[in-house]
Design a protein around this ligand. Structure first.
Ligand SMILES: [Zn+2]
Length: 228
């Protein structure tokens, strides 16, 4: 486990990358990482994720109690903690509003077509999670239906969420999600989203073990209509 100072530095750096790429506006978004079994480091609310300082960051216990920090914890703290409880393999969570992924979330279109090798290997299919009011328990209630089967989620009329085994891993999944959403959006404008065939997909999935990616992630069929 990394020490707390280096986790703080890494979290600040990921926040900056997220902001610089336009994945969040204003003070939106939140990021967290497990420190150990009993505590998580999480971003504050009301601070731009591109301009955070070490003293802005918050430490919470697994019941959401404040252990360290002067600012208010992220309004989505409960969602983060519930995800950690449900997924012991998850060590970090990224939530942002990247425009292309969020547009698919607003349109109610899951990214369930197997189109790009990198996205197939790392994410598999990406469901649209039913809308839940931000900062309420409603949001996690919607996510809970999908959390065991996927690592990336489109949050209807809201944004995107990714989980991973480290800060960088969760953030990279956000980049992969937004990249595939952008490419699929453009391919739709061109009039054709070419899909990989079953054999090609299974060849890609067989690479997962070598790369240490959970075997069944993103493979549960999504029962949402994917509008053409
Ligand atoms: Zn949000």
């Amino acid at each position: 486990m990394k020490n707390l100072d280096s986790l703080k530095k890494e979290l600040i750096n990921i926040g900056k990358r997220m902001y610089d790429r336009g994945y969040v506006a204003s003070n939106d978004g939140n990021i967290s990482v497990r420190i150990d079994k009993n505590s998580v480091l999480i971003t504050p609310s009301g601070v731009s994720k591109g301009f955070m300082q070490a003293q802005d960051l918050i430490i919470l216990d697994m019941n959401g109690n404040l252990l360290e920090g002067k600012k208010k914890p992220s309004s989505e703290s409960n969602m983060h903690i519930q995800i950690y409880k449900a997924r012991p393999d998850v060590n970090s969570i990224c939530h942002a509003h990247p425009p292309y992924a969020t547009a698919f979330a607003v349109a109610g279109i899951p990214l369930d077509k197997m189109v790009l090798p990198e996205a197939v290997i790392v994410l598999g299919a990406i469901p649209v999670v039913e809308y839940g009011t931000p900062s309420t328990k409603e949001l996690y209630r919607s996510i809970s239906k999908y959390i065991l089967d996927y690592d990336a989620f489109l949050l209807a009329n809201h944004g995107a969420l990714t989980v991973g085994d480290s800060l960088l891993n969760a953030y990279h999944k956000m980049e992969t999600l937004e990249h595939t959403a952008q490419i699929q959006f453009i391919a739709r404008q061109l009039g054709n989203v070419g899909e990989l065939n079953k054999k090609q997909v299974s060849q890609l999935l067989s690479l997962r073990e070598k790369l240490g990616i959970r075997k069944n992630i993103g493979l549960k069929p999504i029962k949402q209509k994917s509008k053409k």
